[in-house]
Design a protein around this ligand. Structure first.
Ligand code: NAD
Length: 296
């Protein structure tokens, strides 16, 4: 464990945050957790050596990790929640690591606001989902303007992941994450169409997926997701449909912000928004398959 960092406050112990915070405890950090659902925080403390103080007390930790659904929720947790408990109590020199998949331009704005209080914001979103969060092998995409702070937090990040990438200045980590998830969401939508066409034509979808997995149509989706979660109707990847739809929307906004005409991105965004509307925000993202079965 780093000699420099001892106390970590972890905000958001949901599907991902639970395992990430547990790995920080395992690595020997002194961890305090906070969640909008206090029962979740108490449950965490019953299972792991951690505390669940108020947000005002948690603000005194040297490093605060956020693993919340969206960028606006991160902003509100840090600036507004409980009468500004975090921003009014955090000390100069505090480091915030936003590991949520937030919107990159919003990250840059929040970084500037926190900087006025001498608080440094690093964005460090992750890929690898619940299985890799559990065994601390997440991919972590680091963005930030202060190289020394990034070095300081590496022991914290390495307790949760083992594939660390420094992507550039503030927001670049969040941009990388949104672009990755755009591609994952595209592969899922395209593979779903291929499977549904195969079924209607009388081609066994399991056979199609076997072929894809040893052919050029192979992807993470065909290898890991399509059979287990869709064809076998498990729908339990641990990643909400609404969160993936949000990521594709972030990528679409990023394309617009840099003024690239990206028609495929627009279409994939529409498809995921439709699935979210039809199936529901809290459904597993793999259930999106059921939202795309219209006849011509
Ligand atoms: P989740 O919905 O399971 O967990 C979010 C947690 O935040 C919940 O426990 C909720 O009670 C808490 N919360 C919500 N609002 C809050 C607030 N204002 N203050 C304090 N706590 C609050 O989400 P998740 O799947 O753990 O994802 C978290 C982030 O990580 C999202 O940005 C998501 O896009 C990203 N992500 C998820 C996965 C995955 O596979 N689940 C993988 C990579 C990245």
């Amino acid at each position: 464990m780093s000699a420099a960092i001892n106390k970590i406050g972890f905000i958001g112990i949901g599907n991902m945050g639970w395992h990430m915070a547990a790995n920080l405890v395992k690595a020997g950090f002194d961890v305090s957790v906070f969640d909008a659902d206090p029962m979740r925080a108490d449950e965490f403390c019953a299972k792991h050596k951690a505390a669940a103080p108020s947000l005002a007390e948690l603000a005194l930790c040297e490093v605060i990790v956020c693993m919340l659904p969206t960028g606006p929720i991160v902003r509100s947790a840090l600036l507004e929640a409980e009468q500004g408990a975090f921003i009014n109590n955090a000390r100069a020199g505090t480091i915030v690591i936003d590991m949520s998949s937030s919107e990159p331009t919003g990250t840059r704005e929040l970084c500037a606001i926190l900087k006025e209080k001498n608080i440094t914001l690093i964005d460090a979103p992750v890929s690898g989902a619940v299985p890799r969060a559990t065994i601390a092998t997440l991919t972590i995409m680091i963005g930030g303007d202060d190289a020394a702070v990034i070095e300081t937090v590496k022991p914290v990040l390495m307790a949760m992941g083992n594939r660390l990438f420094e992507t550039g200045g503030s927001g670049c980590g969040h941009a990388a994450k949104a672009l990755n998830n755009y591609l994952g969401a595209t592969a899922f939508a395209a593979t779903s169409e291929a499977v549904q066409i195969a079924k209607r034509f009388g081609l066994d979808p399991h056979t199609l997926v076997d072929i894809l997995n040893v052919s050029t149509g192979k992807s993470f989706i065909s290898e890991v997701v399509m059979k287990e979660h869709v064809l076998e109707e498990k729908y339990a990847s641990g990643f909400k449909l609404g969160l993936l739809a949000k990521d594709v929307k972030i990528a679409e906004g990023l394309g617009q912000a840099v003024k690239l005409d990206a028609p495929l991105l627009r279409l994939v965004n529409e498809r995921w928004a439709l699935a979210c509307e039809r199936i529901g925000y809290d459904a597993d993202n793999t259930e999106a398959y059921k939202g795309w079965q219209d006849d011509l």
